[in-house]
Design a protein around this ligand. Sequence first.
Ligand SMILES: [Zn+2]
Length: 545
Amino acid sequence: MTISAGTYARQLSLPGFGVAAQQRLAESTVLIAGIGGLGGATATYLAAAGVGRLVLFHPGRLERPDLNRQTLMTPSGLGQLRVDCAAEALHRHYPNVAVVAVPEPITADRTPPFLVQSDVVVDARHNFPERLLLNRLCVELEVPMVEAAMNGAEGQVSVVRPGQTACLACRYGDGDPGWEPLGFSVLGAVSGMVGCLAAIEAIKVVTGWGDPLEDQLLTFDLEHMIFQTLRTTRDPSCPVCAGSRPTPATRTAPAAAEPVGTSAATTKTPTMRPLERQMRQSVLTLTVAATAGLLLVGCGASSATSRSSTSSRTTGSRSARVSGTINVFAAASLKQAFTTLVAQFEAAHPGTKVVFNFGPSSGLATQITQGAPADVFASASTKNMGQVVTAGQAVSPKKFASNVMEIAVPPKNPANVTTLSDLAKSAVKVALCQVAVPCGVTAEKVFSNAKLTVTPVTQEVDVKAVLTKVTLGEVDAGVVYVTDVRAAGSTVKGIQIPTFLNASTLYPIATLTRAPNKATATAFTDYVLSPAGASVLSAAGFAKP
Ligand SMILES: [Zn+2]
């Protein structure tokens, strides 16, 4: 296929892309397993980008319920083979792209001849047996694979480099035997987005442009617009890829030296995952299995929990060790971050349930020392944690986050507060935390730093209560944690406090010595301290301790 500079002018100007990358794309073959809403979108955008040859694998014919997402299909194609409909539509739009339509599932005998001709494979199948078979074949034949999955409004994308990165079996083991391949819900735009992401990753693998999701799993929940990139690692005892050699560099390395982007292994989680998420976890199948596999095997690779979970997963005894209910006593300012975090934890540890008691750290510490049945204490103050340690209820707490203060005002800022010194004006009604709780202590430090005397009209029991006063417009301003302003969204406006005047509080966590469920409590504490936990906290605005 010859490159038409006119057609591809807008992508040729991408930094690091260029003619060499376009040429590699034009010479490449991409096999797409599964031509539905996801694989169809992948095929469309690979063809639009100028891929040379597409091999489409999919058994079965077009049915009416397919039409809410399969944009290569039209009602006139009902009853026809899906791969034929897709090939026809692709040819109409992108006549330069060769399309091979194979109306078959992935099989060990018929698929390999196509795989060995492919530069990259996109796995868009909807069932574990075919996914795991395709994974095995790609590992054996050393063909890179883009792994794309969705369920309802959730999606996942990752890249498997045989012999270099975690393969599908490293993450999912034998898959989910309870997965019902035809029973999951699909919003068309979600499958389209996952398909587009898979196309982007395939383009990266073929051209060497950008940073593919190697040993990373991008997960997202489009109902709540939560995006995360989590690290994965190979399972050294993986029955599929253990012992496999690295993929030959010539398959993927750029032919000419071209700049590539910087690493993007960061969490991009702009919002919190709501409590309903926990309810929905019970009905999620593929995505939950994937998340669980990842969290157990991969993202917390540096923590003891992950390592032990990996080994227990392979022996099948994980759920016997970490299961049941734990009571987590946590500072009120952790509410939203921990609600997100616990949804991930419970997904990673099926059979566990985390019950929270959120409140001011001082009150929680008192409850614990008086014998409340808590398993874990996450405090917004080292002083309050110290009380629990002194009482012999915790040993060696670990700091997992820090937080600074910010001024919160109602959205219309009726008192026109712009600086910290405005809070000292008698006409400005200010809410603060009581001085007995960490947010009150930290606010006092800020005023001390600024040499200000602020007389609040109300002192609340915790940071959430201060924020409520501001949200309701009962006060002109409150001093709260920056994470609370972020979590409150548009209901309040945040005014930053200059760094040289600001003060921070440290958050320690500990599994309690009398925890009724110590195994699960320790797993939760480790999860908070893991890279995955740090990502959630960072997204909520917390800083590193
Ligand atoms: Zn593996």
